[in-house]
Design a protein around this ligand. Structure first.
Ligand code: NDP
Length: 221
């Protein structure tokens, strides 16, 4: 049975991804923040050491945070927190777990990016930097690990109805954003999970290094 690690599986897109793999009979580890705190290097190291030997066949770096401020108003703490959670933690987890994938000659990795790594919007300087950064991780590892049958991709969700979206937008803003999406609605978390699942499934044998945008046509307008 293939083993999957999903970060940020407690809610939103991560929860939908976790449920999708469980539905298909995979064994899923979706650690809580108590088990794996991405802001805490020691916690990451402890988690890696505890699971390194068996490892995972599939890793989905999904957890992410987005504090929206224009550049003059971003605090040092927010800058460091976003970079640590969205970029440094995924790199450390991958560093810990690629060795066992190499030994098995099998691995599937999906890093969750964002439409804000495809197009721009004010207030997202650090968030966009981390999401562009995570695609850099995808690019490099796709090349570095391909010979070991490890496929690495970025999925960039568009506006998706999760707590993060509700926190960052008023109901009026959500209605207005939806009207600007060619599909006329935000994504459901399950619609993002479906694409992640395909990329990590046995069906994907050759697609690697790509940035796949799932946004109802938003970035094509
Ligand atoms: P949510 O805010 O709904 O959930 C975030 C998840 O990340 C939670 O499970 C949370 O855990 C976890 N998390 C955050 N910080 C840490 C930490 N320090 N350690 C461990 N876990 C942590 O996010 P979404 O589902 O909306 O987003 C998921 C991903 O999709 C993110 O990478 C986001 O950037 C990206 N995305 C989302 C979009 C959207 O419209 N929603 C659009 C584009 C991209 P806990 O429950 O403990 O807080």
């Amino acid at each position: 049975m293939k083993k999957v690690l999903v970060t940020g599986g407690s809610r939103g897109i991560g929860k939908a991804i976790t449920e999708k793999f469980l539905e298909h009979g995979y064994e899923v580890a979706a650690p809580t923040r108590q088990e794996l705190d991405l802001l805490d290097s020691e916690s990451i190291e402890k988690y890696v050491q505890a699971h390194k030997e068996d490892g995972f066949d599939i890793i989905v770096n999904n957890a992410g945070i987005n504090d929206i401020h224009e550049i003059e108003n971003i605090t040092d703490e927010e800058i460091e927190r976003m970079i640590a959670t969205n970029l440094v933690a995924p790199i450390k987890l991958l560093r810990g777990f690629t060795e066992s994938m190499k030994q098995k000659k099998y691995g599937r990795i999906v890093n969750i990016g964002s439409i804000w790594a495809v197009v721009s919007k004010g207030g997202r300087c650090v968030y966009s930097a981390t999401k562009n950064g995570i695609h850099g991780v995808t690019n490099t590892l796709a090349v570095e690990l391909a010979a070991d049958n490890i496929l690495v991709n970025t999925v960039c969700p568009g506006f998706t109805m999760t707590e993060l979206t509700v926190k960052n937008n008023t109901p009026e803003e959500i209605a207005q954003i939806s009207a600007n999406i060619p599909m006329q609605r935000m994504a459901r978390p399950e619609e993002i999970a479906e694409v992640v699942y395909f990329l990590c499934s046995e069906q994907n044998t050759y697609l690697t290094g790509q940035k796949i945008t799932v946004d109802g046509g938003y970035t094509e307008r």
